[in-house]
Design a protein around this ligand. Structure first.
Ligand code: PRP
Ligand code: MG
Length: 175
């Protein structure tokens, strides 16, 4: 059942203190998905969530790079569009950009213009929400293009960082 699956999943995600910097606890999704049974379990959790909470979604939007681990397989199982938000300079053709502040400096996310139409119902997917900076910026980027962001789906939320404040609806399993 659901609770059991989440317990198993959590037990398989290793966390590494002080990576990549001192003071940061790094939750390593790769440690979980190196096990094929966990891939299946995770896929079934994510698909169930989308079918029940976001049944109208038309596009799953993965955030570079760990979000890509999930966007393709979800889009493929649900038969909906797989879109990608990438860091600056990686996508060819006309792109829409959104610049946002980091603790030091700034970063820019981009999406290909021709992939988005006004009103497109999107769901963002990523492995984890920490400060929420990435998902908030991706949400704004999609909204700038006229897309409708139904919410976002992540596996882990670092709740103490309160990253979900500007995001329509966040669904997570661990945190
Ligand atoms: C990590 C993680 C999320 C983001 C969360 O990605 O995969 O995308 O940080 O942090 P935030 O909520 O504070 O924005 P990272 O930028 O390290 O890149 P990666 O996915 O390519 O490893
Ligand atoms: Mg990431």
């Amino acid at each position: 059942d659901y609770e059991n699956k989440v317990v198993v999943l959590k037990s398989k995600i290793k966390s590494f203190p002080d990576f990549p910097k001192k003071g940061i606890l790094f939750w390593d999704i790769f440690s979980a998905i190196s096990d094929g049974n966990i891939c299946k379990l995770l896929q079934s959790l994510l698909v169930d969530c989308i079918r029940t909470k976001f049944p109208d979604v038309e596009a799953v939007v993965g955030l570079e790079s760990r979000g890509f681990l999930f966007s393709f397989s979800l889009a493929s199982e649900l038969g909906i569009s797989c879109l990608s938000v990438r860091k600056k300079g990686k996508l060819p053709g006309d792109v829409i950009s959104y610049e946002y502040d980091l603790e030091y400096g700034s970063d820019t996310l981009e999406i290909q213009k021709d992939k988005i139409r006004p009103g497109l119902k999107c769901l963002l997917v990523d492995d984890l929400i920490a400060t929420g900076g990435s998902i908030t910026a991706a949400t704004k980027l999609l909204q700038t293009c006229g897309a409708k962001v139904l919410g976002c789906l992540v596996i882990i939320e670092l709740k103490s960082l309160k990253g979900r404040e500007n995001i329509p609806e966040v669904f997570r399993y661990i945190g």
